[in-house]
Design a protein around this ligand. Sequence first.
Ligand SMILES: C[S@@+](CC[C@H](N)C(=O)[O-])C[C@H]1O[C@@H](n2cnc3c(N)ncnc32)[C@H](O)[C@@H]1O
Length: 193
Amino acid sequence: MTASFVPYFAVLLTLLVGASLLIPAVLTGVPALSSRGSEVDDIIALLEHAKLPKHALIVDLGSGWGALVVALAQAFPEASVQGMEISLFPYLVSRLRTHHLPNVSLTWGNFFCSDPSNADAIVCYLMPGVMAKLGDFLDKAIRPGTFVVTNTFLFREHRASAVRRRGLSGTVALYIWPGRHWTVKDGDDIARV
Ligand SMILES: C[S@@+](CC[C@H](N)C(=O)[O-])C[C@H]1O[C@@H](n2cnc3c(N)ncnc32)[C@H](O)[C@@H]1O
């Protein structure tokens, strides 16, 4: 009798997980994809280049499944790494992935409603349609001089201090906020590290 409920339960669970992934992706315009290994390496290299304070606070806006926060917490063991994720299922998985990492804290919610003003560095991997709104948010929410690292999608009107770009990987850019105001044109030469 109990076993007959198993297929219904499996279908219900699949629908719930699917909805928890699909609805936030439609509302935010950002799917829950993880940064690739080479991109994570580039993000870490740029944060090392930035020479963060020893006990820096690094905030991942849209922390997804937790791949980036795990890598950051291991690369900067004396830093605190915070992640904020709006999509419930990836958030729950990221909680499981990071439970053994004492320097990680994760929050479920909309980062546009957060206060990242204490951050020494912000990292994000979002989508082109969100970058202008994120730039306006960061203008109000973070201190001038905060390091901001973007994966793949650039702020079109802010000047990157350094970029890393290799092969088919996305471009990873470091901004010293606000790095203002400079329009990226095709062929512009940005410093590389
Ligand atoms: C492409 S994933 C990147 C995940 C992770 N940062 C990484 O690099 O591996 C972007 C994540 O941002 C989340 N997101 C988008 N807009 C958000 C918002 N306003 N508040 C919180 N999370 C958001 C999405 O749900 C998605 O999981």
